[in-house]
Design a binder for this molecule. Structure first.
Ligand SMILES: *Cc1c(COP(=O)(O)O)cnc(C)c1O
Length: 372
């Protein structure tokens, strides 16, 4: 049996949407992007959503929009994909890591204050695996020190915690539509903000810093454009947006099926000797992006390979960022610097979790783990 680690959800409706765009005149950022942005903002209950080419670009643009760069420090987590802290470096600032909670893998809000200096400008919490960080606590810390919060919500479009939605307490939140994310356009991303002024700045920054988009210039009487700031080339196009429109309409249904699989894994693996599961915090809706099991560090790779040998797609999310070669060499990090993140990084295995997974496949994964 072969169980893929991930299969996307693109269906005939999505393909029809893409066809519509391909048969229209406008492939780049235009009406379809606008439609997706409006739908996405309304799904999230935020004022503005801005279509971007990736979550990495989205994080980078947010830092720029708040004037964060050279000489500034940004607090974030080592337990994430390297994109999170890479974006800080792209902006010219320095990432400062804070260790995570053992039970969730999320940044430990109680440890943030110790790392704040007069150079600190922002916090980037990552809602790991789809579980929201303690945004109420993080907001309080940020407010005490005049910091902004940019949420890395690449795993967590659907999340809620303590009645707080993703993107609600952060100054901005960044989303990913990368190939394996909950909804996908292959590559793609978005930013949500409630501040209308920042929304305008972000829209300029995503397109060279010019004040008229191609759609503005083309639709109606020709308009001369000006470039007022140095921007980037990070605008989502109509083809990407057309792939996302239908998936966004199905997003809750897709979540429900993942939640079902998640529960099956929990019920069958939760009491196994030698296996630990992440905790879901009370009063929350987990976005169910990744399901991870945690085994003894000395057994991890053996279990990983043996699942692979049985035809099961697996992944490691994540070996901590500070121990990646570039980070060791440029920032002098070493083993022991963030012990909890390191412990998770060397014990974690991600199992297949996506709506297309059949019950037989889930049973096969479960049985493979039980009999290892
Ligand atoms: C996927 C991911 C990113 C990067 O998203 P892209 O759209 O590929 O740039 C950032 N942060 C986390 C936590 C991710 O999983």
């Amino acid at each position: 049996m072969k169980v893929e680690f991930f299969k996307h959800n693109i269906n005939v409706i999505d393909i029809a949407h893409v066809n519509e765009v391909l048969n229209s005149i406008f492939l780049t950022t235009g009406q379809t992007v606008k439609e997706f942005e409006d739908d996405f903002a309304s799904y999230l209950s935020v004022k503005h959503a801005i279509g971007i080419t990736s979550c990495t670009a989205a994080l980078h643009l947010c830092l720029l929009a708040w004037g964060i760069g050279e000489g500034d420090e940004v607090i974030t987590t080592p337990m994430s994909f390297c994109a999170t802290s890479n974006a800080v470096i792209h902006a010219g600032a320095t990432p400062v890591f804070v260790d995570v909670e053992e039970e969730t893998g999320n940044i430990n809000a109680a440890l943030i204050e110790d790392k704040i200096t007069e150079k600190t400008r922002a916090i980037i919490p990552v809602h790991l695996y789809g579980q929201m960080c303690d945004m109420k606590k993080i907001r309080q810390v940020a407010d005490r020190h005049g910091l902004i919060i940019i949420e890395d919500a690449a795993h967590c479009i659907e999340g809620i915690r303590d009645s707080i939605r993703v993107g609600e307490l952060g100054d901005a939140a960044c989303y990913s539509f990368y190939a394996t994310k909950n909804i996908t356009s292959g590559e793609g991303g978005a930013i949500s903000v409630n501040n209308s002024e920042k929304s305008e700045v972000l829209k300029m920054l995503r397109l060279h810093g010019i004040d008229k988009s191609a759609a503005d210039r083309y639709t109606g009487r020709y308009q001369h454009w000006d470039m007022t700031v140095l921007g980037w080339k990070y605008n989502m196009d109509n083809i990407q947006a057309s792939l996302l429109l239908g998936q966004l309409k199905r997003i809750e249904k897709l979540w429900e099926r993942r939640a079902e699989i998640y529960r099956q894994y929990q019920d069958n693996l939760g009491s196994l000797n030698g296996i630990k599961l992440m905790k879901i915090v009370p009063n929350s809706k987990h976005a169910m992006h990744l399901f991870t099991i945690h085994v003894a560090e000395e057994n991890r790779d053996e279990v990983l390979f043996s699942l692979q040998e049985r035809g099961i797609g697996v992944a490691v999310n994540y070996r901590p960022i500070h121990l990646l070669k570039y980070y060791r060499e440029h920032f002098g990090y070493q083993e022991g610097d963030f012990p909890i993140a390191e412990k998770i990084g060397s014990s974690t295995i991600s199992l297949p979790l996506y709506p297309q997974l059949s019950n037989e496949e889930v049973d096969y994964v479960v049985n493979s783990i039980v009999t290892i």
